[in-house]
Design a protein around this ligand. Structure first.
Ligand SMILES: Nc1nc2c(ncn2[C@@H]2O[C@H](COP(=O)(O)OP(=O)(O)OP(=O)(O)O)[C@@H](O)[C@H]2O)c(=O)[nH]1
Ligand SMILES: [Mg+2]
Length: 461
């Protein structure tokens, strides 16, 4: 394990009011002491207490670089578990680089992405899933994402897993003892108790596996496909929802060929809107590929906004019914667009149009009625996502995979107990359960796993 001192700019690239440069490692306090001068010439950082802040100037030989605040965290009570110094300087790019260079000149190494958090994990300050949650918190851009990441950082579901894993470890040691005495036909392990524990674990894992779908929605946004005939205003609606001219809009039917998508957070929920190629008969090869893709996007979506043109809806209506039947498990919302084109719009034409499905009337072009659509969108998903946000949820694909593997091994172990196969096979399956559960929390890690996780972090975290 590396214990050298590392440094990085912890604030985003660019200039700002303040920037923070961070050092971690045995020598961080001494290193900063070399360039830091307090008003009181007697004051040395090395003799200051932990968690204290000091005002002074940084100097490169005799040249003053900046007036700064220096915060000291002594090991082991710091983020990384090592000595940490944070220098808050004025946020000019030039000053930041200059200070960083000064520190590096003293033999401190530039930190790799996520290295501070990696050290925190290696020093036992947090488990692996908590470290991953740190990255998720930084990436969170909606309330629900933030909530789940925060709950995970504070322990989330891994506490429960750790407890069950420890209990299982106790059993496995007894089982293995039993195997050592196999000639003597003794039973140290109460099979009934073991089975109860395995069933407990099975219940927990299966709950977590089920939460992944909801977790995924929270993290990546609720996939919402915008579907309909050509020219009904799908791209116009996408732009209105995103508040941005993302997709090309034109009065030529068949404008959108490839699916266009983007996410936006609406009332705390992230929606991923997918604008698609209009459904119509055409000989255009590329457009046809686009239409096939539209069908795949219906498949992947959770919510379908089905657009109709208020001035010309017969065609769209005919296509809607078979789609509704085929994709009955999706949440459909019918959007009647271009109502600005009709004076004295007669809503009753659409009444009972499709009883089970909500209908919204709007003008995408003039952004009339968009608020109402957003309200209905939020209502549509709120129920299931809200539940998910308050429970522990798995949002991380790595955790999901490890849990799936653990689940398989667990079922084999339970089967083995049932059919009374030789104990060493059962013990092998239980070892596997332990292995996969340990992978989540980091009790079992490989360099490859660590490398994958921390490479995704920002430098300075
Ligand atoms: N008056 C009016 N025109 C609209 C409205 N929404 C869209 N349009 C117009 O309808 C035409 C088609 O709009 P698009 O958004 O490109 O339609 P689309 O469904 O994406 O079309 P394709 O990509 O070809 O399938 C454009 O000329 C838009 O300006 C609306 O609410 N009112
Ligand atoms: Mg379009």
């Amino acid at each position: 394990m590396n214990t050298d001192t590392i440094c990085a700019i912890a604030t985003p690239a660019g200039s700002g009011a303040i920037a923070v440069i961070r050092l971690s490692g045995e020598n961080s306090i001494e290193v900063v002491d070399e360039i830091f001068f307090s008003k009181n010439p007697q004051k040395k950082l090395i003799s200051q207490k932990t968690n204290t802040v000091h005002l002074g100037i940084l100097k490169d030989k005799n040249e003053i670089i900046d007036e700064v605040l220096v915060t000291i965290f002594r090991k082991p009570n710091s983020y990384t578990g090592e000595n940490i110094v944070e220098i808050s300087c004025h946020g000019s790019m030039f000053v930041q680089q200059k200070i960083l260079q000064l520190i590096i000149n003293q033999g401190v190494r530039l930190a790799k992405a996520g290295e501070f958090t990696l050290r925190s994990f290696l020093n036992g300050k947090m488990d692996l899933s908590q470290a991953e949650a740190v990255a998720d918190i930084i990436a969170a851009n909606s309330e629900s994402m933030h909530k789940t990441a925060l709950s995970q950082m504070r322990g989330g579901f891994t506490n429960e897993i750790k407890i069950l894993r420890t209990q299982l470890l106790d059993f496995i040691s007894l089982i293995e003892l039993e195997l050592d005495f196999s000639e003597e036909d003794v039973e140290f392990v109460n099979r009934k108790q073991l089975k109860t524990l395995l069933l407990d674990i099975q219940r927990v894992i299966s709950k977590l596996l089920n939460s992944f779908a909801a977790g995924n929605v929270i993290k990546n946004g609720i996939p919402t496909a915008i579907i309909g005939d050509a020219n009904v205003g799908k791209s116009t609606l996408l732009n209105a929802l995103l508040n941005e001219e993302k997709a090309i809009v034109s009065d030529i039917a068949g404008t959108t060929r490839d699916a266009i998508e983007d996410s936006i957070s609406l009332e705390g929920l992230t929606f991923r809107f997918i604008d698609t190629a209009g459904l119509r008969e055409t000989n255009d090869k590329i457009e046809n590929l686009g239409i096939q893709k539209t069908l795949q996007n219906i498949e992947k979506a959770r919510i379908i906004l089905y657009l109709l043109d208020a001035t010309n809806f017969e065609n769209g209506k005919q296509k809607l019914l078979p789609l509704l039947e085929q994709y009955f498990d999706k949440k459909w919302i019918i959007v009647v667009n271009k109502i600005d084109k009709i004076e004295n719009f007669n809503f009753s034409i659409f009444e009972n149009f499709e009883k089970s499905v909500k209908t919204v009337f709007l003008s995408a072009k003039y952004r009339n009625g968009i608020e109402n659509l957003i309200k209905i969108l939020v209502e549509t998903v709120n129920v299931d996502v809200k539940i998910a946000a308050n429970e522990v949820v798995v949002t991380n694909i790595r955790h999901y995979e490890a849990l799936s593997r653990a689940f398989e091994s667990l079922n084999r172990a339970l089967n083995g107990l049932e059919t009374k196969i030789p104990t060493d096979f059962v013990s092998q399956d239980i070892r596997e359960v332990l292995f996969y559960l340990g992978e989540i929390t980091g009790e079992i890690t490989t360099n490859e796993i660590l490398g994958n996780i921390f490479a995704k972090f920002c430098i300075g975290k």
